[in-house]
Design a protein around this ligand. Structure first.
Ligand SMILES: Cc1cc2nc3c(=O)[nH]c(=O)nc-3n(C[C@H](O)[C@H](O)[C@H](O)COP(=O)(O)OP(=O)(O)OC[C@H]3O[C@@H](n4cnc5c(N)ncnc54)[C@H](O)[C@@H]3O)c2cc1C
Length: 326
């Protein structure tokens, strides 16, 4: 058994997803603890040309599963062939594509599964993961049972690892071993186009401005978008705002929405119900803007601003723009 740490690296148009950069650095960190190498399983359009550059973020090697624009799940048979007995762990991003491929690996190879985790390490040769459970009230540390097969499959939340920047290394690129015939590979993309700019990848944003019922309307999200754009962040929402149709469901944060882990979460007109909190509580810093001084979000916010969001947010945006000179 090798001590390598593999990770899924999705590409589109030759560019790696941010999750690929985060996992390259995470895998390198774990590999330095396990005494193995960080190995990318690169897939998607332009993966063959782009994979070597993952070396700058920590990958030693890259195995190209395929290089075409096709549904992520069609890469499952190649990922299975490359992962069989291949190392200590395979890290997958906790994104829809990452979850699909992780599930296929677990199901096909009958491997132990962990996640979505917010931390991982290798302790005395054993993988250890940290996960929030019971609606975030309990943090659980888990490891594979003695004698469990490897690699363990680990779903990793966005922003768990910060991508190493400024590196100049180049990963050694190779082709994936031949995959078994599988119906999973038999799907193709009929058409694709840029998504609505309002539906950005929330899970990868490092700054999120989330609006709740207090925002009051679809137009009410305008000032939140302005603030998010001034900060270089993304807009999210509570379920109340998504249910009201003010914002797409893809941007809902919480138990039945996305789980996010930004460096900064700003909640405006969000009360902080437990079902919302479980989706954002691992944010590094939480700022809440609410006109009710007793709103539950005040209990766990780092900074609680009591007041009307429609006065505070535009003033904040103006001040940020003024300081940035934009
Ligand atoms: C099974 C289940 C799953 C759920 N899943 C989710 C989930 O994934 N995500 C989620 O978010 N919720 C979820 N919920 C719903 C959750 O329980 C809450 O109802 C919801 O989070 C409340 O949204 P809110 O904070 O926007 O609204 P509210 O609780 O109504 O809070 C609105 C807040 O806005 C403030 N406000 C009003 N006007 C202003 C203003 N002008 N300026 C400043 N503040 C103002 C008010 O003081 C209030 O605190 C779920 C519920 C259930 C039962």
């Amino acid at each position: 058994m090798s001590n390598d740490i593999l990770f899924l690296a999705e590409f589109s148009g030759g560019k790696p997803a941010r999750s690929a950069l985060e996992l390259a650095t995470g895998a390198a960190e774990l590999a330095s603890q396990s005494g193995g190498a960080a190995v990318a399983l690169a897939y998607g359009s332009g993966a063959a040309a782009g994979a070597a550059a993952l070396g700058a973020h920590g990958a030693t090697r890259a195995i190209v599963l395929g290089d075409e624009d096709r549904p992520a799940i069609t890469y499952a048979p190649a990922a299975v062939a490359a992962s069989r007995d291949a190392g200590l762990a395979v890290l997958a991003p906790a994104t829809p594509n990452g979850r699909d491929l992780a599930a296929a690996l677990v199901g096909t190879l009958d491997l132990p599964a962990f996640g979505p985790v917010r931390a991982a390490r290798v302790v005395e040769g054993t993988l250890e993961t940290e996960q929030a459970t019971l609606q975030g009230r309990v943090i659980t540390t888990a490891r594979p049972a003695d004698g469990a097969p490897t690699p363990s499959i680990v779903l990793v939340l966005a922003n768990t690892f910060a991508p190493a920047e400024g590196g100049s290394g180049s990963a050694e690129v190779s082709e994936a071993p031949a995959a078994a015939e599988s119906a999973l590979a038999r799907a193709s993309v009929a058409e694709s186009h840029e998504a609505d700019a309002k539906v950005v990848n929330l899970e990868e944003a490092s700054i999120i401005v989330a609006g709740g019922r207090g925002v009051g309307s679809e137009e009410g999200f305008g000032p939140l978008r302005d603030l998010a754009s001034a900060l270089g962040g993304a807009v999210g929402a509570s379920r109340a705002a998504a249910d009201a149709g003010w914002i797409p469901y893809q941007l809902q944060i919480g138990q039945t929405g996305k789980v996010v882990k930004p460096a900064l979460y700003i909640g405006a007109g969000v009360s902080g119900a437990i079902q919302h909190r479980v989706g954002m509580q691992t944010a590094e810093h939480v700022i809440a803007i609410n006109k009710d001084p007793d709103a539950p979000i005040g209990e766990f916010a780092d900074l609680f601003v009591v007041g009307d969001l429609f006065q505070i947010i535009p003033a904040l945006t103006d001040e940020i723009r003024r300081r940035k000179g934009s």
